[in-house]
Design a protein around this ligand. Structure first.
Ligand SMILES: *Cc1c(COP(=O)(O)O)cnc(C)c1O
Length: 486
């Protein structure tokens, strides 16, 4: 083998495998069909001593992983909050790897720096955020929270005469976090930033899962001098609920709080004239975190942080090192991001936004919401299905009731989990469960650009089959036999 093997054979093998994969998504089982044991048996090889031909490495990687993938890239996947990849975004993502630019500084890659400048402006405009906001392209909403809350920490402590970047939090005024419908990523950001989970208070909610304004007012008043971050939700992961920003943001600001929005997928409804009213007032928050890899259908990993106070954002992130080469007339990305060396992830977003255009993003949002509605309506017509939450946007919740006479809530919980297992074992569509208000439920989440009306009908049929099969005698035994494959 030559000392420097050429690129082309490995890249062509990857191209062929990738096309076969994405074109075959409709024909394969959505859950992984290989067990962990089978995957380990093929992948856990002793590390070879001698070099291998790159094309062989790729071909064997494709062969050995083949049945270990979950078909989340395709249209029959309705679990969690996972989108697919638009063709232009996926292709741009490949090129990002081929170009292998370090998007840390403009000096390392002028094209990557300018693309990020453009993407940031496009996104603020599309998502109806203030044009003066600063932004960062990060690995996901988790790191967008960390970025935004680092800016919040800086701003809240700067006005109290405390330089948190220099002094850290030892001896600093205690920051408290009041949160509505908090996703676990908020807790992790708070931990990473040294604020600590103990400083987080979950706001009491009404029956629609909206924070009680009076309670928030009371909490703000109780300790009105404390540096406070209010975390609001745009698109709760179970129900898709939005908070009442027009009331809550001004209230929090009256007490000098920083308002952060967890809008991993919910912020995207700003692109649709039919849904954007759900975000009324959200543009007055101090920071916003969202994702590209969910509803925009950009490949992993891609999230966006936006901050209404660029100085605080910059103070929290920027650093000067003598060996770096700073741009005077361009945006050095690492002054805004938590990472140093980083992937030029602007290209994939740039390509996704151009492929769809403004109207395409709006259609994607509206289509996914319509599919979620039809899916949940279709399930509501099946015997034994209880709808816990109708889709407000693209998320719904259903529960499968145990038909036995005298069945308890616990029986319905167990039945719901059993039906989800059966759906997965059938392999045609993919759903997962959640616990919502103390009850087991199945989540319906539609985020993939490829999901079609036919996929939605297939999902309804597949769930109907699972329900019918569960009523057959001896059905439990048959399920267990196949269960270890999922
Ligand atoms: C997915 C999600 C997150 C975490 O985002 P990542 O991109 O996975 O880091 C945060 N909040 C909500 C509401 C989410 O749905």
């Amino acid at each position: 083998m030559p000392a420097n093997p050429p690129f082309a054979p490995a890249l062509k093998a990857a191209l062929n495998a990738a096309i076969a994969y994405v074109d075959g998504l409709d024909d394969r089982a959505v859950p992984a069909t290989a067990t962990l044991k089978e995957l380990r048996a093929t992948l856990q090889k002793p590390l070879n001593d001698a070099a291998m031909d790159p094309k062989t490495v790729i071909q064997e990687l494709v062969r050995d992983t083949e049945n270990g993938f979950v078909g989340s890239a395709g249209g029959r996947f309705f679990a969690w909050g996972i989108g697919g990849s638009l063709p232009a975004a996926l292709a741009a993502d490949w090129l990002t790897s081929a170009w292998d630019q370090n998007a840390v500084l403009c000096a390392c890659s002028p094209a990557a720096a300018v693309v990020e400048e453009v993407v940031g402006e496009w996104l603020k405009n599309l998502l109806r955020l203030p044009s003066s906001a600063s932004f960062a392209l990060v690995s996901g909403c988790q790191m967008a929270h960390a970025t935004c809350l680092a800016a919040a920490r800086n701003a809240l402590l700067t006005v109290r005469g405390w330089d948190v970047e220099k002094q850290g939090l030892f001896g600093a005024p205690k920051i408290r976090v009041l949160a509505s419908n908090r996703h676990g990523s908020i807790e992790r950001a708070v931990r990473l930033l040294g604020i600590g989970e103990a400083q987080v208070t979950d706001l009491p909610l009404d029956e629609h899962a909206h924070p009680l304004t009076g309670e928030l007012h009371h909490l703000l008043e109780c300790d009105s001098g404390a540096p406070t971050i209010l975390v609001l939700q745009a698109g709760d992961l179970n129900t898709g609920a939005f908070d009442d920003y027009a009331t809550l943001v001004p209230l929090a600001k009256r007490f000098g709080a920083w308002v952060h929005l967890d809008a991993a997928f919910g912020l995207w409804v700003a692109a649709s004239p039919n849904y954007r009213h759900l975000l009324d007032g959200a543009e007055t928050a101090d920071s916003w975190a969202t994702d590209g890899h969910k509803w925009l259908n950009v490949p992993y990993d891609c999230g966006y942080a936006f901050v209404a106070h660029p100085e605080a954002h910059r103070r929290a992130m920027s650093q000067n090192s003598p060996y770096m080469v700073y741009a005077e007339d361009a945006r050095d990305q690492f002054q805004w991001t938590p990472e140093w060396s980083r992937r030029a992830r602007g290209f994939a977003t740039y390509a996704a936004l151009r492929q769809l255009g403004r109207s395409g993003v709006a259609h994607l949002i509206e289509r996914c919401c319509a599919h979620a509605r039809v899916l949940v309506e279709g399930l509501a017509n099946l015997p034994g299905v209880q709808v816990l939450s109708q889709p407000l946007i693209n998320q719904g919740l259903v529960r499968f009731l145990d038909p036995s006479p005298g069945a308890t809530e616990q029986d319905h919980d167990a039945h719901t989990d059993e039906i989800i297992r059966r759906i997965l074992a059938q392999g045609e569509v993919f759903f997962r469960g959640t616990t919502w208000r103390g009850r087991r439920a199945m989540r319906v989440s539609v985020l993939n650009w490829q999901t079609s009306e036919a996929h939605v009908q297939l999902a309804i049929t597949s769930i109907q089959q699972a329900l019918e099969a569960s009523r057959q005698p001896n059905s439990t035994h048959r399920l267990e036999a196949s269960e270890n494959r999922i």
